[in-house]
Each structure stands twice: as C-alpha cells, then as structure tokens.
Design a protein around this ligand. Structure first.
Ligand code: NAD
Length: 298
C-alpha cells in the first residue's frame, strides 16, 4: 500500500457511520514511501537525532516510538539522553553538538522539558535546516511568512489526513480548539494558506458557546487536552472531526472527542489512539527526509 492508493479504497465507511481517518495506515504508507526513496538513493545514512531530557514516562514512550519508526523507514536513529538533573548548560551543549554534526540531518528535542530548564534557549541553537520538529522561532517565522522551512509535525499531520481522505477545505469553515504554539496556532496558519483556503476560527478556554461555534464548522479540530470535550452536540451532520487531544483516563488513552457519539453524526473522524498521533511521527520522518535532501545526502 502506498500513498497512491485510490480514493475508493481509502474512503470505506465503518458500519454506516463516519469514514474513519486511519492515521496508522497513512503513517505506514508514508514510511514505506520514505524507505523506498532511501533504498532508491543507494541507502545513504539519513540520521534523525532524538534528545530526551528527564524521566517523563510519556515522553520516553513517544521517543521510543519515533526511534522505532525512524529505523523502520531506513534511517539512522541517534539518541542522546540526559537525566532529570541535567543543567541548562549541559542541555544546550548537547543540542549544539548535534547542530554542528554533519552526520545528523534532523534534531528532535522531546517536549516538555523538566521544570527549571529554559526550552527556548535549548531549542534555539537548532539550525532551521535540521529543525524537523518545526518549533524554533526561525521555523515558526518562516511558517508565518510562507517561506520554505520545516512545518510543525502535529499540525502538518492534520493537513496530511485532510488531504489523504479528500476532505474539501476550500471555502470551508474550520474551528480549531486550542491556541498552543505546538498545535492550534500553526494549524490556523496552515488551514488559511493559499491552496488550502479554509476559513479558520481559533477557539480556546475563554471561547463562549463553543458547541454552537463548532456546529457552524465543516471541520472541527480539537487540541485542548480535555477528555470528552467534543460531544455530538458540537457537530453538524457530515462534519469532519479531528482529535489531537490526548488524556490518560484510568490508564486508557482517550481524546478530546467522544468518538462513539460523534461517529454517528460526523462525515469523517479520527480515532484516538490511531489518528493524529501516528501522523505526527510520519511527518517528523518526512521532514527528516526533506532535511537530508536539502543537506545534499540524497
Ligand atoms: P496546551 O495545554 O498548550 O494547550 C491547550 C489549549 O486548549 C489552550 O490553548 C487552551 O486555551 C485550550 N483549552 C483548554 N481547555 C479548553 C476548553 N475546555 N475549551 C476550549 N479550549 C480549551 O496543550 P498542547 O500542547 O497544545 O496539547 C493539546 C493536546 O494535544 C494535549 O492533550 C496533548 O497531549 C495533545 N497532543 C497531541 C499530539 C498528537 O500527536 N496527537 C501532539 C501534541 C500534543
């Protein structure tokens, strides 16, 4: 299966309800394409460096998944780990070393960092060419200005899902719930860009009548981190709903969207897990491949 899979094959509906936007499947397609590109180029050493600081269990799982998928894509996974007691100077030095290492093409510093560390000062030394997470001020500035650069992985993953599932965006209303630099803000820019041409509205914790606002949207994207926030009351019939939020409830991973209630009214919906999470990883690896190409490796 590749990203050329025909429309009729990917748009299969589950038991009469919404089309399930399968992030695992699309991630696997993207990884297969990346692997094929690396093999075709005689297997140059494309290297993603991951930096894990501290002992946040969720961060450890996310980094492990990213490393495993990088290897599956035919890349070299270089890992740097610093303990909970790492100083600001040590953390910055680790990133600077990767920034100047010619064998490293992409750098991902897993967030959030332990309390007491200044995230900006640790991310800022990552050069735009290697900023495959797209979160440094230089990359975000390029995004705002519409200049070439790496796009933040989670918002890009949402765009890829919309593209792959043929969700029309031109002239459509989109409500994004959550205004973080990581997800909501970049999404507003990407959805409003020429070529995507949606009309985005940014909702947040102070937004009034959120359900009513969302009901006016063709596309609802929730990145609040509030389990079950988006109920069927938030959707008009046939709307697309994309769940970015991740919460742990009694050891289970759940999203912002009440999936069972919403799948009967939505036209298309992402599961959680299995929707946006795998796409974040796929886009990280796509960015790394692009970085390696621009750095002349393939
Ligand atoms: P954040 O805490 O920085 O931002 C949350 C935003 O949601 C804020 O802007 C806040 O105003 C808004 N919000 C909170 N409660 C709200 C409510 N009741 N109504 C409306 N808006 C509300 O979080 P973040 O870093 O943007 O992450 C958001 C969620 O996405 C988290 O659950 C995080 O774990 C998840 N996440 C998922 C992925 C993925 O790949 N799926 C990637 C990154 C983050």
């Amino acid at each position: 299966m590749t990203t050329d899979t025909p429309k009729h094959d990917i748009l299969k509906r589950s038991d009469g309800g919404a089309v399930i936007m399968d992030g695992n499947r699309l991630r696997d397609e993207i990884i297969a394409d990346i692997r094929a590109a690396i093999v075709k180029a005689n297997q140059p050493k494309v290297c993603l460096a991951t930096v894990l600081i501290g002992n946040n269990p969720a961060s450890r799982i996310y980094v492990r998944q990213k490393r495993r998928k990088a290897t599956e894509a035919g890349m070299i996974s270089h890992h740097v780990e610093l303990g909970d007691n790492a100083s600001q100077i040590e953390a910055e030095a680790a990133v600077r070393e990767l920034a100047t290492d010619p064998n490293v093409h992409g750098i991902l510093v897993q967030l959030p960092l332990p309390q007491g560390l200044d995230t900006s000062r640790i991310l800022n030394p990552i050069p735009p060419a290697k900023d495959v997470d797209g979160l440094t001020p230089a990359s975000l500035g390029r995004l705002v200005k519409g200049e070439a650069g790496h796009l933040p992985c989670t918002p890009l993953g949402v765009i890829r899902l919309l593209e792959r599932y043929w969700i029309p965006t031109t002239g459509k209303r989109a409500v994004i719930i959550g205004r973080s630099i990581l997800v909501g803000l970049p999404l507003v820019i990407l959805l409003g860009r020429k070529g995507v041409d949606a009309t985005p509205t940014l909702a947040h914790s102070r937004t009034r009548q959120l359900a009513e606002l969302c009901r006016s949207a063709d596309i609802v994207i929730s990145a609040a981190g509030v389990a079950g926030l988006v109920t069927s009351d938030f959707l008009s019939a046939g709307a697309t709903v994309i769940d970015v939020g991740i919460s742990r409830v009694s050891k289970a991973i759940v999203g912002d969207v009440d999936f069972e209630a919403c799948r009967n009214i939505a036209g298309a919906i992402t599961p959680m897990p299995g929707g946006t999470g795998p796409m974040t990883i796929a886009c990280l690896l796509q960015n790394t491949l692009e970085a390696a190409k621009k750095l002349g490796v393939l």
